[in-house]
Design a protein around this ligand. Sequence first.
Ligand SMILES: [Zn+2]
Length: 263
Amino acid sequence: MQVSASIAFPARLKRAAAALRAKLNKVLDLALPPLCAACREPVDGKGLCASCWSKLSFISRPYCERLGIPFVYDPGPGILSMEAIADPPAYNRARAAVRFDDISRALVHGLKYGDRLDLAPMMGRWISHAGREILAEADALVPVPLHWRRLWARRFNQSAMLATSISTTSGVPIAAGALKRVKATAQQVGLTPTQRAANVAGAFRVPEEGKAAVAGRRLVLVDDVLTTGATVEGCARALLRAGASNVDVLIFARVADPVRTSI
Ligand SMILES: [Zn+2]
């Protein structure tokens, strides 16, 4: 009796605390108008105010069919960028919803640090639209994994949240556990492209139990931001080594000019 009582009490307390928290959140939702994720002004709907929305830079064709980097002028159908020809990636195609700038950075940070988890469905819909051709041919989505220690500290993986939303929109399932981050890499911020590549080298692996979900399949990596592409490159190599038949990449925001832009 003693033992079962001491186990049951904290569980009940936890349930009560969770219920209270849910109730409190509902009250706060009703009391406070939603704020624009970028400028913090109150908005009618959710997400962005009209002014920030108009400043978002959605990516559309003409772009490099491999890297998805927008062209300044239209070179004609099927033309690849100099970058894609000089240094072709391991993955097949990458598509991003928007350019990485002040507005998209605010959305990414809001999602990443957990104060705006409500943004994930909207961001996922935009990614699904940008990647509709890729999704039409895909077998499964693979969110870029966090190392378990970072996942533990942050409690959720923003790439997995985006993948969940893309899966809801597109019907493409998520291959959970297909890829693991086996090395706790340093933050990529402030590193040169060469340092970034070295930082993620050998960081990703398809675990034994994930191999069936990878071999012979068309996979789509999902991440929030693409800067030099070192992270998705490391992931794509690991998936291809494990026998994936094709790896494409879907990103929320990409740096369109890595030389002049920094996160
Ligand atoms: Zn705004």
